[in-house]
Design a protein around this ligand. Structure first.
Ligand code: UDP
Length: 266
């Protein structure tokens, strides 16, 4: 009989719903379309988890790093939502024979949530990036989403977390965008989830640089062709070292598939 490789995690939202996760090299992904992810995240923003909920957006680089960083792995798998950011994760899910529905990028999901909050007059706190970036991102976001209330900002280069947690709690946002890069952002959310007065947090890497206009996102055509990574590489050739993790990640998926095939035969 074929060995069951997919694991299930049951999490309680409110009291009733649960999600089944798909194991991609040790990280359990939620099987969401963008629409499903958006609806679930909206519910979490309203406090359905009963504490500060958090979303992680692991791309292949994060999955790869989590194999040798148990604290990162625990923080990622402990999230209320784990969404497949990066086409490499979708390819790996197909190689492994348990395809995820579609790519759900954290950045695009954040834009949907910001729009939804702007309609409801919701509160957002921006945490991360170099000093000054979050403030400029706030101006841009409030201009783009009239009605949105950016209730606080803080740069991402702090030595002591305590005053930052207090500042966030005083602002009590519906949505906290945690843009500290990995593994710092995942570990920050995992560690502080029980003491933060927040509806929902999202780990979003360099998103504040993008909102502020310091970094341009790939144009629509590159995104549609799933070649956003190539556009990023051309714009920032120094990322080559980081991107070389992708072939290793896909090779690991092929090896796992071959091994599970052998186990099934045996
Ligand atoms: N960053 C931070 N604190 C740190 C390290 C990084 O706030 O201690 C910020 C950094 O300024 C950048 C973001 O985290 O804005 C990481 O961006 P990157 O492009 O590496 O993330 P990606 O979007 O590729 O995951």
């Amino acid at each position: 009989m074929r060995r069951k490789t997919e694991f299930e995690r049951v999490r309680i939202y409110g009291m009733q719903s649960f999600a089944k996760r798909t194991d991609i090299l040790g990280i359990g992904y939620d099987r969401f379309t963008m629409e499903e992810a958006f609806k679930t995240a909206e519910g979490l923003m309203l406090g359905q988890a009963g504490r500060a909920a958090y979303i992680v957006t692991p791309n292949p680089e994060i999955v790869w790093a989590s194999r040798s960083n148990p604290a990162l792995k625990e923080a990622v798998n402990g999230a209320d939502m784990v969404i497949p950011d990066g086409i490499g994760v979708i390819y790996a899910s197909r190689i492994l024979g348990r395809p995820l529905k579609e790519r759900v990028t954290g950045y695009d999901l954040s834009l949907l949530l910001l729009e939804s909050l702007s309609r409801a007059g919701g509160r957002v706190f921006l945490l991360g990036a170099r000093p000054g970036v979050a403030e400029r991102a706030a101006v841009e976001l409030e201009r783009k989403y009239g009605g949105l209330n950016i209730c606080g900002t803080n740069d991402g280069y702090f030595a002591d977390e305590e005053p930052v947690v207090q500042k966030i709690n005083a602002a009590a946002p519906d949505l906290l965008l945690v843009c500290l890069g990995f593994p710092k952002q995942e570990i920050f959310m995992f560690k502080n989830r029980d003491r933060l007065r927040v509806g929902l947090m999202m780990g979003l890497g360099g998103a504040l640089d993008h909102y502020a206009g310091d970094m341009k996102r790939a144009s629509e055509i590159w995104i549609r062709l799933n070649l956003e990574w190539l556009q990023r590489l051309i714009a920032h050739p120094s990322r080559i070292g980081r991107m070389m993790k992708l072939p290793a990640f896909l090779a690991a998926a092929v090896i796992e598939r071959l091994r599970s095939g052998k186990r099934a035969e045996g």
